[in-house]
Design a protein. Sequence first.
Length: 70
Amino acid sequence: MDQKEHLKPAPGLRVRKPDGSILAADGESVVVNTYWRRRLNHGDVVLGETPKPAASSTGKSRSGTSKQED
């Protein structure tokens, strides 16, 4: 199985993904297959740091009741 890595375009480049869309400038997590290995070997993309997830809420509502308008 291929692994996922966070890749971003090398400085000054715009890189197309296999589906034809453009890889985000700040990078994206992609499954590293032969396509991405070639881009890495040619210097078109570089390994980037996986962004840390933002602090998320616990999913609980602040109050147990909801207000309804009349």
